[in-house]
Write a protein that binds this ligand. Structure first.
Ligand SMILES: [Zn+2]
Length: 214
């Protein structure tokens, strides 16, 4: 089963991608990680990507598509993939379809985690991290078991400092402008499934599973 995750920044895509990876044995392909990994390994694609990144430019779609293609081809022990962070634009979505066609695969579902912008901003306020083992929590969606202490090492949790609300608000605007057309694209293909993302992470995952079983 091959799946794309959509949803505004902060809607919980990363967490759900991780669930899909662990419980359905899908290969999780995160574009941010792909680029980092290729640059670190110094592959040809990594070198190409690095040139753009060092200039502060966006890495061209084709490089990202080639990286995704590599990942998809090496997924022998997986029952499919879940893409998080791609496609972000209509052009990328079309490019992905061409890639899949060429490799004899196809996308089964585009799952959109639906969460109002206001709820995302509220959630961001509740993001916590353990200063010791760096485990992430969220007061609303993934609270620690006891008080504000880490489940693993019982250190006191602190607020995540990278949660600049303005930055996220801007990223949400970009999503609405550039990525909402991607939702329409998959809607027309009959692949878009909208899942209510306004719940704790494991309940949202149950909702995703229910959609995938249909
Ligand atoms: Zn900890």
């Amino acid at each position: 089963m091959n799946v794309v995750l959509l949803g505004i920044p902060g809607s919980g895509k990363g967490t759900q991608a991780n669930f899909l990876k662990k419980r359905l044995k899908l290969k999780a392909i995160l574009t941010g990680d792909l680029l980092r990994e290729a640059v670190e390994k110094g592959t040809k694609l990594g070198e190409d990507a690095k040139e753009f990144m060092e200039k502060g430019d966006l890495v061209p779609d084709q490089i990202i598509l080639d990286l995704i293609e590599e990942k998809i081809k090496e997924q022998k022990n997986f029952s499919g993939f879940v893409l998080d962070g791609f496609p972000r634009t209509l052009t990328q979505a079309e490019g992905l379809d061409l890639l899949l066609e060429r490799t004899g695969k196809s996308l089964d579902y585009a799952i959109k985690l639906n969460l109002p912008k206001e709820r995302v901003l509220k959630r961001l306020e509740g993001r916590l991290v353990c200063p010791f083992c760096e485990a992430f929590y969220n007061l609303e969606t993934n609270p620690p078991k006891k008080d504000l202490l880490c489940d693993f090492c019982t250190k006191k949790l602190i607020r995540r400092s990278d949660d600049k609300k303005d930055l996220i608000a801007t990223r949400i605007q970009v999503y609405q402008k550039k990525t909402e057309p991607v939702e329409d694209y998959y809607q027309k293909q009959g692949k878009l499934k909208i899942v209510d993302g306004d719940a704790k992470a494991d309940l949202v995952f149950e909702r995703i599973l229910a959609v995938l079983k249909k």
